[in-house]
Design a protein around this ligand. Structure first.
Ligand code: DUR
Ligand code: ZN
Length: 131
């Protein structure tokens, strides 16, 4: 199943997490319109606030490869329930996805919450608001 394949990609991405401070590894994977998958992990820094979350790493890798829209997203972490993306990542996903774009929030224990970018950030500030 496509969903499960994407979650596997996020699990693989998580293995590259650079997390010497929190020891909380997160993986993400986003799907381009042509089906290509971009992986991301969280990347921490001794200057803690410079940390980049897994979701934004995946999105920024894709954007730097010329992909500026996504048709599905998966995120995984070692949480008791499905992982919950931070506000910054919700805003970045809103920039490059449709409100209906599916987001699979998961953990290492098989819990899967199927939500959407619009549900994660209702009323997002978007480019249309700049007019
Ligand atoms: O959805 C999330 C939530 C947290 N983190 C990272 C940021 C930091 O490295 C660590 C602890 O907050 O987890 C992510 O990458 N994605
Ligand atoms: Zn985040």
């Amino acid at each position: 199943m496509k969903r499960d394949r994407l979650i596997e990609e996020a699990i693989e991405a998580r293995k590259q997490a650079y997390v010497p401070y929190s020891n909380f590894a997160v993986g993400a994977a986003v799907v381009a319109p042509d089906g290509r998958i971009f992986r991301g992990c969280n990347i921490e820094n001794a200057s803690y606030s410079l940390t980049n979350c897994a979701e934004r790493t995946a999105v920024f890798k894709a954007v730097s490869a010329g992909i500026t829209s996504f048709v599905a997203v998966a995120v995984v972490a070692d949480t008791t329930g499905p992982v919950s993306p931070c506000g910054a990542c919700r805003q970045v996903l809103a920039e490059f996805c449709q409100a209906e774009t599916p987001v699979y929030l998961t953990n290492l224990y098989g819990d899967i919450e199927e939500t959407s970018v619009g549900e994660l950030l209702p009323g997002a500030f978007t480019k249309g608001d700049l007019l």
